[in-house]
Design a protein around this ligand. Structure first.
Ligand SMILES: Cc1cc2nc3c(=O)[nH]c(=O)nc-3n(C[C@H](O)[C@H](O)[C@H](O)COP(=O)(O)OP(=O)(O)OC[C@H]3O[C@@H](n4cnc5c(N)ncnc54)[C@H](O)[C@@H]3O)c2cc1C
Length: 269
């Protein structure tokens, strides 16, 4: 994990998880070897605090779902500065929200992957733009099996049978889509608007009330040259989360691409 440092532009603080060490030594090593960001007392308290998570495995991770990241850090005696320096950035990178809102389970799932798996902290980037390199192979696969993919086809209403099952999806162009099974995978705020009135009292759908989308701005910056002094990696930062690709696929030697994901920001933190 590599963190951009707000007070030292162009410098980075690293947590390296060596492949050769077993868990949990790998995690403790990563924390104690961290450079620049944390003091020795902070590193020691952080490592001791995380130890139960590193040895407790999946059952321990799942049991932490009731606590926010900030609450868990307090319970484990991890200094506030670790929360501010490390977990504001991690919480925003994982879920676009702050540590006092995010479930600790979410952080521990990610951290345990880094600690338990040999290549758990390896980052991979698409070798091109997502429509071509991610979406088109999926579309090709569906079409090769006789399926159909329609773009610009917005669902306007989920029409029901008298028994409450789906009759058809009504699209905004007037088309009706019928099928053996129906899946609606729109973002949650849109799905909440589409859920038929008749389903609103069903417990399963009632739980949707608590789900809210997080507004996120995503900015891609394309440079006409290689970026110096950075990594081909995810860079955590309290303010922004950067994904940097220092090589451009079509021109690996001369051009560089920086992808920058910009999250909802509270500038006071
Ligand atoms: C800035 C950012 C960076 C991210 N980085 C990563 C990453 O590095 N790695 C990773 O694994 N994940 C990443 N994610 C998360 C990942 O993008 C999402 O988890 C994933 O895209 C969710 O997929 P989905 O199909 O559930 O929803 P979406 O991708 O949101 O797809 C929902 C689809 O529903 C369509 N739709 C909306 N309304 C209607 C309607 N009425 N009728 C029909 N269709 C409709 C939309 O057009 C959209 O195509 C990132 C997310 C963001 C915002």
């Amino acid at each position: 994990m590599i963190f951009a440092m707000p007070n030292k532009p162009g410098e980075f603080s690293r947590f390296d998880f060596p492949e050769t060490l077993p868990a949990p030594i790998k995690g403790i090593w990563a924390i104690l070897r961290n450079n620049e960001m944390l003091t020795w007392p902070e590193k020691v308290k952080f490592a001791i605090g995380l130890l139960p998570a590193m040895v407790g495995g999946q059952p321990y991770v799942e049991a932490q779902d009731g606590l926010t990241v900030s609450e868990w850090m307090k319970k484990q005696g991890v200094p506030d500065r670790v929360n501010d320096e490390v977990f504001i950035a991690m919480s925003k990178a994982l879920n676009f929200i702050n540590p006092d809102e995010l479930s600790m389970q979410c952080i521990l799932i990610a951290l345990n992957r880094f600690v338990q798996e040999k290549h758990g902290s390896k980052m991979a980037f698409l070798d091109g733009n997502p429509p071509e390199r991610l979406c088109m192979p999926i579309v090709d696969h569906i079409r090769s099996r006789g399926g159909e993919v329609r773009l610009n086809s917005r669902i306007k209403k989920i029409e029901l049978n008298p028994d409450g099952t789906v009759k058809h999806f009504a699209l905004s162009d007037g088309t009706q889509i019928t099928g053996d099974a129906y899946v609606c995978a729109t973002p949650v705020d849109i799905f909440k608007l589409l859920v038929p009135q008749e389903w609103s009292e069903i417990t399963y759908f009632k739980k949707l009330e608590k789900l809210v989308g997080v507004p996120v701005i995503n900015v891609h910056i394309w440079f006409d040259r290689k970026l110096n002094n950075t990594y081909d990696h995810l860079l955590f930062s309290r303010y922004l989360s950067f994904k940097c690709l220092c090589r451009h696929v079509s021109n690996p030697f001369n051009a560089g691409v920086g992808l920058c994901s910009c999250r909802r920001m509270d500038w006071s933190k």
